[in-house]
Design a protein around this ligand. Structure first.
Ligand SMILES: NC(=O)c1ccc[n+]([C@@H]2O[C@H](COP(=O)([O-])OP(=O)(O)OC[C@H]3O[C@@H](n4cnc5c(N)ncnc54)[C@H](OP(=O)(O)O)[C@@H]3O)[C@@H](O)[C@H]2O)c1
Length: 243
């Protein structure tokens, strides 16, 4: 199997504020849907704190959906993904349907460009973070070199489905450090790799998570879904689910 195909399959198995909104004053008023459905509704606080007339603002979540080993690696020492179990219980089509935008670090993007790698579903917007790639060489994607926060704030403010932080670790570290990750959804395969690319490379500060869902598959895969604590878009979205 081609490497790119392996990567995409791996992610599959992983189940796998914004203009005008003062995020420091955001209060949660209701959730539009379950984790699967996708969006949060926030109370918008105007400059004069007119709490009597809140306006709901839909914010798309950034979700890191990723496959890991039990010892916390997302790829083996040589970038291997052959340890990721392809589990027929997992509805990949439904998973992809929850997103219309993917965010990729340059290294992960290059793997998805390997010969034989499957294309993204129609309509999927692809954003690649890189300070070395040139936009004109990659017309199929939007290359983001700087102003990461501004780019993601604008993306989140648009209407649409959730945003899939596809990986890898380096990009996750950047976005987590910037407070831009709403959920961490790991699908743990029953294997120890003993080395490789860690889920979260150092340096990174301690981040508390809230378990919002889990499922155990017959293959031994365990999916764990966490809200990143302190992230306004997910704080109230605490519906626990289990198989
Ligand atoms: N298990 C899974 O579900 C899964 C999912 C995805 C990926 N993976 C694996 O993860 C590995 C790749 O992960 P990785 O951590 O090595 O690399 P990565 O995150 O895919 O890419 C790193 C690159 O992204 C760019 N980047 C990162 N943060 C940035 C920022 N804040 N602004 C601008 N550009 C930024 C830089 O590109 P430039 O050097 O061009 O500036 C950096 O070198 C692969 O082996 C892949 O197979 C596994």
């Amino acid at each position: 199997m081609q490497r790119g195909v392996e990567l995409r399959d791996g992610a599959d198995v992983a189940l796998f504020g914004v203009g005008g909104v003062d995020m420091t004053n955001v209060a949660f008023v209701k959730i539009n849907g379950s984790l699967k459905a996708g969006h949060a509704a926030h109370r918008e606080c105007s400059a004069d704190q007119n709490a009597q007339a809140p306006r709901e603002v839909s914010v798309r979540r950034i979700r890191y959906v990723v496959a890991t080993s039990v010892d916390g690696y997302i790829a083996g020492p040589k970038g291997e993904a052959d340890w990721i179990i392809r589990d027929s219980e997992i509805d990949f089509r439904a998973l992809f349907d929850e997103f219309d935008t993917v965010l990729l670090g340059r290294r992960t993007y290059e793997i998805t460009q390997s010969p034989g790698a499957p294309p993204w579903p129609a309509g999927m917007s692809v954003y690649v973070f890189s300070r070395t790639l040139r936009q004109r060489d990659h017309p199929e994607a939007t290359i983001v070199a700087e102003k990461l926060e501004d780019t993601l704030a604008a993306l989140r403010a648009r209407s649409g489905k959730d945003i899939w932080l596809f990986g890898g670790s380096s990009l996750f570290q950047s976005l987590l450090g910037a407070g831009l990750v709403d959920t961490l959804e790991v699908t743990v395969s029953p294997v120890l790799l003993g080395g490789g690319i860690p889920l979260l490379p150092p340096p990174a500060k301690q981040t508390k998570l809230e378990l919002i869902g889990h499922r155990v598959y017959k293959t031994g895969i365990v999916s764990l879904r966490y809200a990143v604590q302190g992230r306004s878009a997910t704080k109230a979205r605490g519906r626990r689910t289990s198989a």
